[in-house]
Design a protein around this ligand. Structure first.
Ligand SMILES: Nc1nc2c(ncn2[C@@H]2O[C@H](COP(=O)(O)OP(=O)(O)OP(=O)(O)O)[C@@H](O)[C@H]2O)c(=O)[nH]1
Ligand SMILES: [Mg+2]
Length: 337
């Protein structure tokens, strides 16, 4: 299914039904009095967070959501029927914004959380309410109130504790599938991942979530490759893992420069993302011989270790993965305690 993380929608709540004017006309009850009932309430529109929904695709096809109007009142003092409310299912992590003012209305952060988007109009009053000692035959009623009408922007930012970033083909998806329940597509070519994936890691009867996003390259912030729009899904993470393919050392690629280039793309996108704690994960160490590890990795590790934590892993053979997961778990636990 296509992944959509932005949508613009219109929500139109139902109008309240009108109250009516009617009089009791029963045999043996002369002057039976007014009997016009009240109108029913118009349907409201709600957002409800649903952990089984992963994208906003539903809202890119059908952009207008309209609830029914309440029924008008009836004679014999009968209340008109209230219209049904509509519940729009949205992924956890959806930000709901007023399109015109740009102000945030709400953020869906937990399953089944509900937010009122547009309130249905109240029903009007029937003439039964306008009877008084001086007016026993009221020809008066009130109309239902109009339902609310809003234009909204929906923005999905995946909620994850940890975000993966790195060049295409560095092994991000292999890593998330090694340590979590996510099973994304893995391929020996760049840009295998086209949409973000979310994985849950279970550890010590607890869990945390990891987001895998499409690869970054130099110039992504100017639209190269798949661009940087996916970086929004890392904005709410607490820790970033920058995955590096160490086999590139063999091709004499300057990985320090590579890392700095990718980091620059983060900075171009958003300074707060750039300032997030970022650990360096040297992946594919199974490809290097012991000699090569010493030759290529030692200086490299010295260069970065003052600023970032560094780990050596193989996502393919799982070497070093459980140690890394344990460190992440400890790190996240300290943040919350
Ligand atoms: N030898 C070895 N190969 C690996 C390792 N991790 C990943 N690979 C291989 O590297 C290739 C790319 O892996 P992916 O996990 O798809 O890389 P990615 O970073 O998700 O790539 P994009 O989605 O294109 O950004 C695949 O052929 C993997 O099998 C590793 O630890 N060792
Ligand atoms: Mg991938």
């Amino acid at each position: 299914m296509k992944f959509i993380d932005e949508a613009k929608i219109q929500v139109i709540a139902g109008d309240g039904g009108n109250g009516i004017i009617s009089f009791c006309r029963e045999k043996y009850r002369p002057f039976g009095g007014p009997s016009g009932g009240d109108g029913g309430k118009g349907g409201s529109i709600w957002a409800i967070a649903d952990r089984n929904v992963n994208t906003l695709i539903e809202y890119s096809f059908s952009r207008q959501k309209k609830a029914k109007n309440g029924e008008n009142g009836r004679s014999n003092a009968c209340h008109g029927k209230n219209a049904k409310d509509i519940f729009l299912r949205m992924p956890i992590g959806t930000l709901i914004i007023n399109y015109k003012t740009g102000k945030n209305i709400a953020e869906l952060v937990r399953d089944k959380q509900t937010i009122l988007l547009a309130n249905g109009g109240k029903g009007g009053k029937g003439n039964i309410h306008f009877k008084s000692s001086i007016n026993r035959v009221p020809y008066k009623k009130s109309n239902g109130v109009k339902g609310e009408h809003k234009e909204l922007k929906l923005e999905l930012k995946i909620l994850a504790d940890v975000g993966l970033l790195g060049r295409p083909n560095s092994g991000k998806s292999t890593f998330i599938s090694a340590v979590s329940n996510a099973r994304p597509k893995i391929g020996n070519y760049p840009f295998t991942t086209l949409n973000p994936n979310l994985g849950v890691v279970n550890i010590n009867y607890n869990n945390f979530t990891i987001a895998d996003i499409p690869g970054l390259i130099k110039g992504s912030s100017y639209g190269a490759g798949l661009g940087i729009q996916f970086l929004r899904h890392l904005q709410r993470t607490k820790l970033l893992l920058h995955i590096i393919d160490v086999s590139l050392f063999k091709n004499k690629i300057n990985l320090i420069q590579e890392i700095n280039e990718i980091t620059q793309e983060l900075k171009n996108y958003n300074v707060s993302l750039f300032k997030k704690p970022r650990w360096i994960i040297l992946n594919k160490i199974d490809i290097l011989s012991e000699k090569e590890k010493i030759k290529y990795l030692e200086n490299f590790v010295d260069y970065f270790k003052s600023k970032n934590k560094i780990f050596k892993i193989s996502a393919l053979t799982h070497t070093g993965c459980s140690e890394l997961i344990f460190e992440i778990f400890n790190y996240l636990s300290k943040l919350t305690s």
